[in-house]
Structure formats: structure tokens, C-alpha cells
Design a protein around this ligand. Structure first.
Ligand SMILES: *Cc1c(COP(=O)(O)O)cnc(C)c1O
Length: 438
């Protein structure tokens, strides 16, 4: 029998193999060794992702130089609790500027009136909303996992932790959309307190107004999870969830939005905002990381100026990459619907052993992304999709003219099964051929 990991003896055998290998390598390191090991690992990681490789992972981004420049690591270890003017700790007045700029800017950018920006992740943002708008035992209706419904929407995640009953919204897999014909009857039967739309794969906008009308019939609160599309929404592209009728919008600040890791919850309704605020503090946080708000405030201010152009560029790259992948012989999902109306592209990776296997093969050649479920896959089937997001390559200066070369790299790695070691230098060459975006 293989030796068991000491970190997580309950993990999958694949994870345990990797963990036990590292556990043996790293055993008994003294402080100096740890510093060397950590420094070296960070440098290698930075080189792979920020210099040599091409990052198509949808759930990440690179911050702009101006946002990066205002991140002060030492502030993260200065706890900050409560509102400016009545902080639990004395002497934090200089940080009050961040705590005013970030939520005001975020609210206006996302077309709301109030923004809660203190939570560290979108998972916690969703939990704050469940806490504010539902009681244990209530029902919430969410997108099926195969349609990109996130773990934080489902029973295994924070919805379960809040003690909610989770039901899947009726979904039209072929149309990549909620089944609007069945929706009103479904909501009347299930009576959810909250309806969650928005997902981890967002190729097309939702009919927010249509869902809102059905929610109003049963008194449900409509939550739009914009984690992936927040950068497009900031540019008033793709769709305008609050303008179209969502009661509340949650989002990650580090995916297409391109800011520091964290979350925001935005709404136009003061009463909903007050309930969310109480859930965030003193509900789910005590002290929080105020350092994060400096790059967040800068990212928000930059997107208020350049958001439309950035969103357009992300979407143009996605359209061009989808077409190039199709031409290279890949099965791009949603072909009948024009592949994508966002910065996401999904490839059917069934022929490569599923999305996870395909992502591993691409990573060996310096192209980084992840698997994703596809709405029409069989229940229990491993994730069949390969998910691409163009937000980071767009920020790094890639334009539609480069997408054929990028699809070519993916073809060599997945369709031709070329040795990844032979492809990696060409990945790096393509990466280097793109001048850093201004
Ligand atoms: C990524 C994601 C989240 C969770 O974000 P974290 O910041 O990782 O907690 C929530 N909802 C959706 C739809 C996501 O894609």
C-alpha cells in the first residue's frame, strides 16, 4: 500500500501522491531552509505565470501596475474593525480614506447605491446574502452545477452551512439558459426565499428582467452572482444586472474585474444593504484586511475610465479565440449560439478525457486553465468542458490577431499530442511577442 499523506490522509490518491512526495522532500526544514524554499517557489511560480506562460484560467487576472503599486503588505497585519469614526482600534484615520473610496466607487461602477467590500471572498459574500435574506430551512433556487452553478450556491457549500434547502432552477441545456417557460410554475411550487443566477461559466447573459418578474410573483429576492463577469458589467457590457432587475449583485474582485482578491455585494436598496452589512460585520467578520481596499479603490477608479474598452477587448478576444479553436479542429461549446457573448469560451474536452485531463496536458506546455461542467453532460460524468477566460491575456496586450497562434499551441498539445516540452518554448515566445499593455 502506498504511504498516506500526513497533511490530508483523507484526500484522493492523486492528491496524496503529490503530498507525500513533498512531505518527504520538505521534512525537517529549519527557518533558513524554509525561507529559501519559499522564495524559490514563489520566483518559479511568478516566472511560469507572469513571464513565460499564457494564463487562460477564467478565475484570475493580473492587477494593473497602479493597483499593484498601492498594495501595502504591512497594513494587512493591522487589524481594522468597525466604521470610520468609531473604529474599535484608535489611530486608523488614514485608512478611513480607503473605506470610503472603495465602497462609494464600487457602488457607482456597478450601478448600485451601496457596496459591501469587506468580505474576503465571493463565497462569503454569498453566505452574507443567504444570512441576510433567508433563514435556516428556507429554500433557495440556483443554477445546476453542470450549468456552472457554483459550490457556494449548493448544499455542499455555504448554502448548506446556512441550513438552506437547495433546488436546481429548470434549465434548457441546449440553449445555455434558464427554462423560462417552466420557471414561474417551478417557483410557485418551491417558494424559494432567494433565487441565485450567474455561474462559473457565463457564455451568454441571463434574461434578468424575466427572472425578476417570476421572483416578484413569489416574493423571492433575486441575487445575481457576477463573480466571473464583473469586469464586463463594470464596463456596462454583457449585461447590467441591477438595472435589469436583480435585487443584489455579488462578485469576486479578482476574476475579470482584475483587482485584489476579495468580494463585493452591491444593491440599490437601502434596507437590503443594511441587512447585508450586518451579516458582513459583525456577522461574518470581525477584523478585516483594509490593505486590500487600496488596490481595490484604484481598480474601481481605473475601470470607471477604461472599463468599456477593456470589456470590449476581452469579448473580441473571446470571439476570435472561439473561431480559431473551431478552425483548428476543436469542438467549441454553444456553436449554434455563436459560441460566446462574454469573455468566456468553453471547449468540449470529452475526446481528451475531460476538462481536468485536458487542462493538465495544456499546463505541461505552459497554457494554464481549468475544466468546467457542460450543461448537457450526463449526471455524474466528470467535467467535460475546458473553460477559457480572456481577461488576463487581454490585460497583457493580446489582440484578436494573436488568437490563431494561441489556438495552434492548444491544437499541438491536445489534438496532435505533441511533446509538451517541445511546445513550451513556443508558448513562451508567443507570450513574449506581446508588448505589455499600457
Ligand atoms: C469563483 C466564484 C465564486 C467564489 O469566489 P471566491 O472568491 O473564490 O470565494 C462564487 N460564485 C461564482 C459564480 C464563482 O465563479
Amino acid at each position: 500500500m502506498e504511504s498516506r499523506s500526513r497533511v490530508a490522509p483523507w484526500a484522493s490518491s492523486r492528491a496524496q501522491r503529490r503530498l507525500t512526495e513533498l512531505e518527504a522532500l520538505l521534512a525537517g526544514q529549519r527557518a533558513d531552509d524554509v525561507v529559501r524554499t519559499v522564495t524559490d517557489s514563489l520566483a518559479r511560480h511568478r516566472r511560469a505565470f507572469d513571464e513565460d506562460g499564457i494564463v487562460l484560467y477564467a478565475g484570475t487576472n493580473t492587477m494593473t501596475p497602479r493597483a499593484l503599486a498601492v498594495h501595502e503588505a504591512t497594513v494587512s497585519s493591522r487589524p481594522s474593525m468597525g466604521w470610520p469614526g468609531e473604529k474599535f482600534q484608535a489611530g486608523l484615520e488614514h485608512l478611513d480614506v480607503l473605506e470610503t473610496l472603495a465602497p462609494l466607487g464600487m457602488a457607482s461602477l456597478m450601478e448600485g447605491r451601496f457596496a459591501e467590500v469587506r468580505l474576503q471572498s465571493a463565497t462569503l459574500a454569498n453566505l452574507a446574502c443567504y444570512t441576510a435574506f433567508a433563514r435556516p430551512g428556507d429554500t433557495i433556487a440556483v443554477l445546476p452545477e453542470a450549468a456552472g452553478g457554483h459550490a457556494s450556491h449548493h448544499a455542499q457549500g455555504v448554502a448548506g452551512i446556512r441550513g438552506l434547502r437547495v433546488v436546481d432552477l429548470p434549465y434548457d441545456a441546449a440553449g445555455f439558459t434558464i427554462d423560462h417557460e417552466r420557471l414561474p410554475g417551478f417557483l410557485r411550487r418551491e417558494r424559494p426565499a432567494v433565487v441565485v443566477i450567474g455561474a462559473s461559466l457565463m457564455l451568454f447573459p441571463h434574461d434578468v428582467a424575466g427572472v425578476r418578474a417570476a421572483c416578484d410573483e413569489v416574493g423571492a429576492t433575486l441575487l445575481y452572482d457576477a463573480s466571473h463577469v464583473a469586469g464586463l458589467v463594470a464596463g456596462r457590457r454583457f449585461q447590467r444586472p441591477l438595472e435589469e432587475g436583480a435585487h443584489v449583485l455579488t462578485m469576486s474582485t479578482y476574476k475579470s474585474f482584475g483587482g485584489p482578491p476579495g468580494a463585493a455585494i452591491v444593491t440599490r436598496d437601502e434596507e437590503l444593504a443594511e441587512r447585508v452589512s450586518a451579516a458582513a460585520y459583525p456577522g461574518l467578520t470581525a477584523n478585516y484586511d483594509a490593505a486590500r481596499l487600496a488596490p481595490l479603490a484604484v481598480t474601481v477608479a481605473e475601470l470607471a475610465e477604461s472599463g468599456p474598452a477593456y470589456a470590449d477587448a476581452c469579448m473580441a478576444n473571446a470571439r476570435a479565440l472561439a473561431a480559431a479553436l473551431h478552425a483548428a479542429g476543436f469542438t467549441v461549446a454553444a456553436a449554434g449560439l455563436g459560441w460566446t457573448a462574454s469573455h468566456h469560451v468553453a471547449v468540449d474536452a470529452g475526446a481528451f478525457g475531460g476538462g481536468d485531463e485536458a487542462a493538465r496536458a495544456l499546463a505541461a506546455g505552459g497554457v494554464y486553465l481549468s475544466g468546467i461542467g457542460l450543461p448537457d453532460q450526463a449526471p455524474g460524468e466528470p467535467m467535460r468542458g475546458l473553460r477559457i477566460g480572456t481577461q488576463e491575456i487581454t490585460r497583457r496586450g493580446f489582440t484578436p490577431g494573436r488568437m490563431e497562434a494561441l489556438a495552434e499551441l492548444m491544437r499541438r498539445l491536445l489534438l496532435d499530442k505533441e511533446d509538451p516540452a517541445a511546445v513550451l518554448p513556443d508558448t513562451t515566445a508567443l507570450r513574449r511577442s506581446v508588448p505589455a499593455a499600457p
